[in-house]
Design a protein around this ligand. Structure first.
Ligand SMILES: Nc1ncnc2c1ncn2[C@@H]1O[C@H](COP(=O)(O)O)[C@@H](OP(=O)(O)O)[C@H]1O
Ligand SMILES: O=[N+]([O-])c1ccc(OS(=O)(=O)O)cc1
Length: 304
């Protein structure tokens, strides 16, 4: 901690590209796998809210929406700290001496809102036992893969992605951090049959943000007046969030997240996959998707 600025001081040597390690057959970054027993034993509280996503589904977007809904649409209150401090990322373990999301969560007073990228079968059991509310956001596989590829390029703590073709291969077989996208979206979809889970889609949020924000408010039992709803919509547009230092991760050092390589708030659209996928790659993903999501009732849109 820098005494003058009160800022955490990081050393570039702490950051290195992670290896992938399997936990119960799911590939996770090594920091999460090494701390598995602590994470599994995490003590959820009944009034905890958990935001779950496969990486790049719009996690930060729904986090900012939830924070605004919880704080009456007051942007000042949502500017109290960077996102990772407002809503700890429980499965993120950065090398010591940096604090982990788990420790931040443990030290946080209730009511807490936290974030995870864990698949449903790896969620610490106390979240089920305490009947915690969960908001899940899913994004179509093609845009998720593209966004995840660029995120691997810029996040110096993620495994090396290789080139696009190599990364997509790894994504399709689920050998990337957080495992298979297909298993993730399906696992959480099944879990909502027996647990209070609000399951949202990125594409729906783009189509009609006000409608989806209302679903969040209703799920949380909060009433929004028309002007508050309007303010939340405006505050959480891609353009607003791109310029918001408390939401765009610009407070993290560039030797960790190199936003010169690719910004965290990159494009924020549906359909950017068309710039990256060949026709053959797109058809292959469609085939796997049809097979993996068969008879689940889960349907994704890939067009704006
Ligand atoms: N307010 C917003 N509206 C639309 N997309 C947003 C957004 N805030 C973040 N995103 C997009 O969500 C993705 C990041 O997801 P996460 O927060 O889960 O890591 C990025 O996608 P792109 O890389 O396609 O631009 C980012 O641009
Ligand atoms: O706070 N962090 O260190 C942090 C936050 C978000 C993040 O992106 S994500 O896609 O892995 O959630 C990575 C690191």
């Amino acid at each position: 901690m820098d005494q003058k600025s009160g800022q955490e001081v990081w050393d570039p040597d702490w950051i290195e590209r992670s290896k992938l390690v399997e936990v119960e057959g799911v590939t996770l970054v090594s920091g999460t796998a090494e701390n598995w027993s602590r994470l599994w034993a995490f003590a959820a509280r009944p009034d905890d809210l958990l935001i779950c996503t496969y990486p790049k589904a719009g996690t930060t977007w729904i986090q900012e929406i939830v924070d605004m809904v919880q704080h009456g649409g007051d942007p000042q209150k949502c500017a109290r700290a960077p996102m990772q401090k407002r809503m700890p990322f429980i499965d993120l373990f950065l090398p010591k001496p940096m604090t982990s999301g788990l420790e931040d969560a443990e030290g946080m007073p209730s009511p807490r809102t936290m974030k995870t990228h864990l698949p449903a079968q790896l969620l610490p059991p106390s979240f089920w036992e305490q009947n915690c509310k969960i908001i899940y956001v899913a994004r179509n596989a093609k845009d998720s893969a593209v966004s995840y590829f660029h995120f691997h390029r810029m996040n110096q703590g993620m495994p090396e992605p290789g080139n696009w073709d190599q990364f997509l291969e790894a994504f399709l077989v689920g050998k990337v951090a957080c495992g298979s996208w297909f298993d993730h979206v399906r696992g959480w979809w099944e879990a909502k049959k027996w647990h209070p889970i609000l399951y949202l889609f990125y594409e729906d949020m783009k189509e009609d943000p006000a409608r989806e924000i209302q679903k969040v408010a209703q799920f949380l039992g909060i009433e929004l007046t028309a002007p508050v709803l309007k303010r939340i919509v405006q505050h959480t547009t891609f353009e607003s969030m791109k310029d918001n230092p408390m939401a765009n991760y610009s407070t993290l050092p560039t030797f960790f997240l190199d936003q010169g390589v690719s910004p965290f708030m990159r494009k924020g659209v549906v359909g950017d996959w068309k710039v990256h996928f060949t026709v053959a790659q797109s058809e292959r993903l469609d085939e796997i998707c049809a097979q993996k999501l068969e008879s689940s009732g889960l349907v994704f849109r890939t067009e704006p």
